[in-house]
Design a binder for this molecule. Structure first.
Ligand SMILES: O=C(CO)[C@H](O)[C@H](O)COP(=O)(O)O
Length: 227
């Protein structure tokens, strides 16, 4: 599994050129990409490349690996964003947010000239929600009201609890995460919009229609899905 993640991360380097501003995703697959990208920059193989982190995790990793970091408000545009995903359907719609960084990820990836997704073949599903719940970032005071409202969508939502802290997971933005299991997601784009219409929802982990390229690590090599 780790070798498949490394393979897609290495392949992603082919998309990076001098003078690019690169959105840096969150998670274990992107961590390999950040490591390899930093190496190329440190060795002088790539020049004037800047990273825009999507989380505390990617910011710390970028600094550790020698990638110059800038904020979203310091750049005119993002050339490419590179990130992992938890599920990918045949239309390249995604579920993201296992790492609770979905809001900043979506803000940056929506704006990127190219959004490149890195997954292993175990993440491919016929229909979103088949294996993973949809993470929803919510304003803390509203978590219970939103969890109840989500039932209207034929789903059950659970407050995500932390493992190395007492109480709930608190996102980089100071909010809570609800993990919502939907019985069936027929129209990801519609559900993405509907969920964001609920007051108190900051963002949700359905990324419909924004991935441009998906690199899939398989035992037989890296496969490319493209729009
Ligand atoms: O959305 C994410 C974090 O919020 C991650 O990109 C997603 O969970 C995939 O992570 P990994 O590469 O570790 O499987």
């Amino acid at each position: 599994m780790e070798e498949l993640k490394r393979a897609v991360a290495r392949e992603a380097l082919k998309f990076i050129e001098d003078d690019m501003v690169v959105g840096l995703g969150t998670g274990s697959t992107t961590a390999y990409f950040i490591e390899y990208l930093g190496k190329l920059i440190m060795e002088g193989e790539l020049e004037d490349v800047y990273g825009v982190p999507t989380s505390h995790q990617s910011r710390l990793l970028a600094i550790e690996n020698g990638i110059p970091v800038v904020g979203l408000d310091e750049v005119d545009a993002i050339d490419i964003a590179v990130d992992g995903a938890d599920e990918v359907d045949p239309q390249m719609n995604l579920i993201k947010g296992r790492g609770a960084a979905l809001t900043m990820e979506k803000i940056i990836e929506y704006r990127a000239g190219t959004f490149l997704v890195l997954v292993d073949e175990g993440k491919l599903v016929e229909r979103l929600g088949q294996r993973m719940p949809v993470p929803i970032e919510v304003i803390p005071a509203a978590w219970r009201a939103i969890a109840e409202e989500i039932e209207v969508f034929n789903a059950e939502a659970e407050l995500r609890m932390a493992s190395k802290k007492d109480g709930p997971v608190v996102t980089d933005n100071g909010n809570f995460i609800l993990d919502a299991r939907f019985h069936r997601i027929d129209d990801p784009l519609d559900l993405e919009i509907e969920l964001n219409n609920i007051p108190g929802v900051v963002e949700n982990g359905i990324f419909a229609d924004i991935a441009d390229v998906v690199l899939v690590g398989t035992k037989d090599g890296v496969r490319k899905m493209e729009r």
